[in-house]
Design a protein around this ligand. Structure first.
Ligand code: HMG
Ligand code: MG
Length: 298
């Protein structure tokens, strides 16, 4: 079973840049987002309103949001961990708020300094206030297949967290293979369980590509009716609180897959590659995507 169209959700300016050693200037982040806005993407996660000490790369979230040229029809989103972050996100007039937590205790504690049970009331306040302010809300669940601290994650644990997030008023859940270890059989086991309870249009897949399995995991998700996939330009990034996590699957590699399968995305490959090339110049290193290697003529 193959969908006619899918949505690519670009997370490079957030998930990509949060884990890169190089600090990109605010001006260059704005340039990157403006270039991405011109590729046909209709969803861009631009930054994070987290504690500046935890993620020093993204302290300029308000300036980035206020500096970009917002194109009609594009949703500009950001991560928000608590009410303090929401205040800044609303000040910058974010379109969509993304709350986040993990399916495993170990990663949740390392990443947001709370147990899973302590996290629910904090996120509930954020979701309710964001919805009251007229924003849509996305929820991330990290470590859905494995945790760098606790080992493998049972699908029932993911369902337990998802039930709480949907109950709070989250409209879509993005399922994160934070450390990029999943293989298709594990994705199938997870989706076999979750789709007994939820509709595929309320789920998105968020694959990191540490072991080179992200594209096969995306292909494995298609028969379940999933049509939303997170990816990062150039394959930038990772998670700073998950050792060994490498970048997200690269947007241009996901686009190659869908273009070649004849599945509509609305995204222009040449414009995407030029945005990726711009980031290579800023990072002063070749980016890891396969399509960039082809583009460079390697
Ligand atoms: P904490 O230290 O427990 O927070 O951090 P707290 O509530 O105890 O507050 C301590 C101080 O921080 C206070 O200041 C607060 O005001 C301040 P003080 O009174 O001491 O002067 N503070 C803030 N300042 C600015 N903005 C805020 C904020 N909140 C509190 N929002 C917290 C808890 C959640 C804030 C912290 O742990 C944090 O910021 N963590 C973020 C970690 C992060 O961003 N990780 C990466 C994103 S998740 C990811 O990458 C996975 C994903 O891609 C999916 C996947 O791949 O799986 C989404
Ligand atoms: Mg991630």
């Amino acid at each position: 079973k193959q969908p006619n169209a899918v949505q690519l959700k670009e997370v490079g300016p957030r998930d990509g840049l949060q884990n890169e050693k190089a600090i990109i200037t605010t001006e260059n982040k704005i340039e990157l987002i403006n270039r991405l806005s011109d590729t046909g993407l209709d969803y861009i996660e631009v930054s994070s309103f987290v504690h500046p000490k935890w993620i020093p790369q993204l302290t300029d979230a308000v300036d980035v949001l206020k500096g970009i040229d917002r194109k009609p029809g594009i949703t500009y989103a950001a991560l928000v961990p608590n009410l303090k972050g929401l205040e800044r996100a609303l000040d910058a007039d974010i379109d969509e708020v993304s709350v986040f937590m993990s399916a495993s205790e170990g990663h949740n504690k390392e990443n947001i300094n709370k147990t899973i049970a302590e996290t629910f009331p904090v996120l509930r306040e954020v979701v309710q206030a964001a919805r009251a302010a007229g924003k849509t809300v996305r929820g991330y669940i990290s470590t859905v297949v494995a945790c760098p601290y606790d080992g493998y994650t049972e699908p029932s644990q993911v369902k337990y967290v998802a039930d709480h997030l949907f109950d709070m008023g989250v409209q879509e859940i993005s399922l994160g293979d934070t450390i990029g270890v999943a293989v298709p059989t594990q994705v199938e086991r997870l989706l076999d369980e979750l789709l007994k309870h939820y509709k595929p249009e309320h789920l998105a897949m968020h694959f990191h590509d540490t072991h080179g399995t992200a594209i096969s995991n995306i292909v494995a998700s298609l028969p379940y009716g999933i049509t939303r996939f997170d990816s990062a330009i150039g394959g930038l990034g990772g998670c700073p609180y998950a050792k060994g996590a490498s970048g997200n699957v690269a947007t241009e590699d996901v686009l190659y897959l869908f273009d070649t399968m004849g599945i509509e995305t609305g995204v222009d490959m040449q414009k995407l590659l030029h945005a990726s090339q711009f980031m290579e110049q800023q990072m002063k290193r070749p980016l890891t995507s396969k399509q960039m290697a082809v583009f460079r003529g390697e």
